[in-house]
Design a protein around this ligand. Sequence first.
Ligand code: G6P
Ligand code: MG
Length: 220
Amino acid sequence: KIDAFIFDLDGVITDTAEYHYLAWKALAEELDIPFDRAFNEQLKGVSRTDSLELILERGNKQQDYSDVQKEQFASKKNEHYVTLIEQISPQDILPGIKELIDDIKKEGIAIGLASASKNALSVLESLGLRESFDTIVDAGKVAQGKPHPEIFLTAAEQLHVDPAHCIGVEDAASGVTAIKGAGMFAVAVGDGSILSHADYIVHSTDQLDFQTIIRLYKEY
Ligand code: G6P
Ligand code: MG
């Protein structure tokens, strides 16, 4: 029995993971810290402040800046990110996602969002998807970020469903860990070598097929 699908946002519903990457890369380079896509994988699903700490740590510069300076860096990254997402429209919904949401709805299954981003609601609204979600849990509503399961457990609780009857969809290693920690079936989109702890992995969102996911969940 499946009660709910709980989706991550950035990199699953829309390609904002790329914008987070570009904005962090610009800041890191300004601070003379090397930044590449492999390192960026560690930042996916991770909060704004924790991401900044990981970047500074990578450059051995954690002690070089005051808390006030760190806040300024985080704000600068966010201002850049916000300019990058300004143009987002329903056309930016990743391939296959609309179809998957429609199939889930047709079966009367609930849909939740579990995003670590403070910009989640604004992105969903730009995509025209606000009404498709029965509940939205974002960074403001949980104490512990991914890989802690709290955000997925909170979404299940708000939907009044058993986590064991939920399917989580993620593109981040930390997110897959959070889904598994919540006792849910984990579907991952992306690189199998990074997301190998998921129960089912696809390379891109257009491969997310409702019937296939349901079949694998039942066999699980
Ligand atoms: C998501 C993204 C992360 C991002 C985090 C916080 O989890 O995957 O890359 O750092 O949200 O986003 P925010 O918009 O609050 O800075
Ligand atoms: Mg993501």
